[in-house]
Design a protein. Structure first.
Lengths: 356, 354
């Protein structure tokens, strides 16, 4: 008899990680292609169109680079916490709270300060706000060991309800015909765009944050400690690391980064706070981080890939009149194959020949 | 002589060129942006029936469905890029992105539903659905046994307040004891929330439910309980044969054909269209079997009066919830007053989220 068994990998090299991720993407594209074929669309034609109309097109690149911004920031937020084996499912809520703080600054001080003062203050306030929101699960985890997956997830709904309250109540724009949106931000509170495009300065912020996190993780003592705690918490305890404080700090920093994502969306795209301004960016950040195996630099690429998926969705609708369900299906396949591939980063398949 | 010949020749050439240019511009392809799936059975489905009406006329059309209001710019621009030169964006939240894309594509005509912004190549449109709401309100007022009509509120914007008020006025015109109860779901399309809201309205005594949202969930919930419902935007009777009294519906096809022809012959101008029941753009769905002939006759008579301009829905005296007058006896509300309505009339039991 021949058995397939899983054997734990003793070392997992970066090459393994990258190749597993690439295979996961390839499987998703392949399975997606089969589904496309099943509904009567030539998959080669479909994927060719994606390349032609997104990668070889002025507008296509614009759309991509706008969409990648929230993914970069929520992706790195989730990945940083995941370095310590902390699962921040609450990036969505932290993003909302970041947007709330930035909006407050924009609406209250926007007419008095110049853009050079406003943008840094908005970023800082978004970070503080996101961090404070993450403090709750962070503290509960550090002090009492409460499962952060549950607390961060549930706080998302609270955050969204907060935003609803503000939009239906004190912050509603009197000129909006009762629609739940705030006033438009003054010019000084709008993130500048590159030239004539809609790509805004958030792209630079996102990339800077990613390199900063990379630097901290790889080159500083704190980063070293974080990784040790993530790899082996007992070793970390033996070494006398202050796990409580580091846990709290990392969860809060993670929240702060997600907060910046919220600020970038309201100040760079919408110029006002409105309902559902985040189209599950916080949750998509989880996929971005997983697909990139929580490596900061890899996240740039996986965020890019997810942006392609997002943007190509309506291309499929336009070109082939595919229903929206098909696009949801495709996104599901990607998540499925990414999560399914996780096992292969830690285990390898061995073929055993057992003589009976 | 030669010069004259040359001139003539040039004139003929330029005339041909102009003609061919006009012929070229006449090739109108129509794109639609939908906020829900085409199968929502309500708002989006009604627009899609309008689109299919154009298809039947041989027009090249395309739609993008379930486009989030906060991420619509790209989808609208994609339609414009692909050469769709008449684009309908069919939800309020598309207003700002439509305006933005309209600036980038000055040769494309954009029509935005339910909004109030205009530009050189962007107009807006809506239909006076409050008229049909008044009529379904009459049906509800005549059919309710508990004197309680439940309405699921979507967003507390003037459009929705106007519609709920019209239902209340219609119901109380035939049944002065009728009350309209409102539950808000803060969403356009959320079948599970709508179903839950319908159930809580029926728990609190409503025996007829209607909606200002887009899905047929309330009709399904009423069917399950053996109570009545009134559909919205599209005929929803297939979702609950025994529950569905009637529905206030759109026939967008009439309007889309009108705009298409305008764009085609070059007479289009950025308008703010608000079509009434006399145009056929709004109507009632066929009555369910349980609606007695006397009620049908009464409602259809009122409809005829509206069509002929003899009856106005928002004509005083209209009392607000708090007892103050919104309109004195005989006074008709202006379009502007209706478009900025921010109160409930007497007979509505519910609050407007502030």
């Amino acid at each position: 008899m021949i058995y397939l068994t899983l054997e734990k990998r003793l070392h997992f090299s970066p090459v393994t990680r990258i190749s597993v991720s690439l295979i996961a993407i390839a499987v998703a594209i392949l399975v997606g292609g089969i589904f496309l074929f099943a509904v009567g669309v030539n998959p080669f034609h479909a994927y060719g169109l994606v390349i032609e109309q997104i990668f070889m097109d002025y507008w296509g690149w614009q759309d991509l680079l706008v969409k990648i911004i929230p993914f970069l920031l929520t992706g790195i937020a989730v990945a940083l916490a995941a370095q310590m084996k902390l699962w921040n499912i609450g990036a969505e809520g932290q993003l909302y709270l970041g947007a709330v703080a930035a909006t407050w600054v924009a609406l209250n001080w926007g007419n008095e300060l110049s853009i050079w003062m406003m943008i840094p203050i908005m970023i800082l306030s978004a970070m503080v706000s996101g961090a404070c929101w993450a403090f709750i699960p962070g503290f509960l985890k550090a002090q009492f060991g409460v499962n952060e997956i549950i607390t961060t997830l549930l706080l998302n709904y609270v955050a969204i309800s907060w935003v609803d309250y503000l939009l239906y109540g004190p912050w509603r724009d009197p000129g909006s015909n009762n629609f739940p949106v705030t006033r438009e931000f003054p010019d000084s509170a709008q993130l500048p765009a590159f030239g004539n495009t809609s790509i805004h300065f958030g792209l630079i912020i996102g990339l800077m944050v990613i390199f900063l996190v990379y630097f901290i993780l790889e080159k500083t003592e704190v980063g070293f400690k974080v990784k040790v705690i993530g790899d082996n918490i007992y070793a970390a305890k033996y070494s006398g690391f202050n796990i409580k404080w580091i846990t709290l700090a990392i969860v809060m920093i993670s929240g702060a980064l997600a907060g910046i994502a919220g600020m970038a969306e309201v100040a760079g795209v919408h110029y006002r706070l409105k309902q559902n301004f985040s189209i599950n960016y916080g949750y998509t950040g989880i996929i971005v981080a997983w697909l990139g195996r929580n490596h900061p630099i890899a996240i740039i690429f996986t965020a890019f890939f997810l942006a392609v998926v997002f943007v190509s969705g309506e291309l499929m609708q336009l070109e082939f009149s595919l229903p929206i369900a098909m696009i949801y299906l495709f996104e599901g396949i990607i998540l499925f194959s990414v999560l399914g591939s996780e096992i292969f980063t830690e285990y390898k398949i061995k073929i055993k020949n057992v003589v009976t | 002589m030669k010069l004259i010949k040359l001139k003539c020749f040039l004139m003929v050439v330029s005339a041909c060129f102009c003609l061919s240019n006009v012929g070229w511009a006449k090739d109108v392809k129509v794109g639609f942006i939908y906020v829900g799936p085409v199968g929502d059975g309500g708002w989006t489905y009604a627009h899609d029936l309008g689109r299919r009406h154009l298809e039947k006329m041989g027009v090249d059309t395309k739609y993008v469905e379930s486009v989030p209001e906060t991420d619509a710019e790209r989808s609208i621009r994609n339609l414009a890029r692909k050469g769709y030169n008449l684009i309908f964006t069919t939800s309020f939240g598309y207003m700002d992105p439509t305006l933005k894309v309209a600036k980038q594509f000055p040769d494309t005509v954009f029509m935005h539903a339910t909004g109030f912004k205009k530009s050189k190549n962007m107009g807006n449109y809506f239909a006076r659905m409050y008229q049909a709401r008044y009529l379904v309100g009459m049906v509800a007022g005549a059919m309710t046994k508990t004197n309680t009509i439940g309405v699921i509120g979507s967003h507390p914007i003037p459009e929705i307040l106007r519609h709920i008020n019209a239902i209340a006025l219609g119901a109380r015109s035939v049944n002065p004891n009728a009350q309209v109860k409102v539950v808000w779901v803060n969403s356009w399309f959320d079948p599970s929330k709508e179903g839950a809201a319908a159930n809580s309205l029926m728990d609190s005594g409503a025996d007829i439910v209607t909606i200002t949202t887009d899905s047929a969930a309330a009709t399904q919930a009423a069917e399950k309980r053996g109570l009545y419902s009134i559909g919205n935007d599209s005929d929803m009777s297939i979702y609950g044969k025994k529950a569905h009294l009637t529905a206030n519906i759109y026939h967008w096809g009439v309007y889309y054909e009108h705009v298409y022809k305008q764009v085609k012959d070059g007479s289009w101008k950025p308008a703010e269209d608000w079509w009434g029941i006399e145009t056929g753009a709004i109507d009632l769905a066929p009555f369910g079997e349980m609606v007695p002939q006397s009620v049908r006759d009464m409602v259809l008579k009122k409809k005829e009066e509206m069509v002929q301009g003899k009856f106005t829905v928002f004509q005083g005296p209209i009392k607000k919830q708090d007892g103050t007058l919104a309109a004195k006896a005989g006074q008709k509300l202006t379009d502007k007053e209706m478009l900025s309505m921010s109160y409930f009339v007497e007979g509505v039991a519910g609050t407007i989220p502030k």
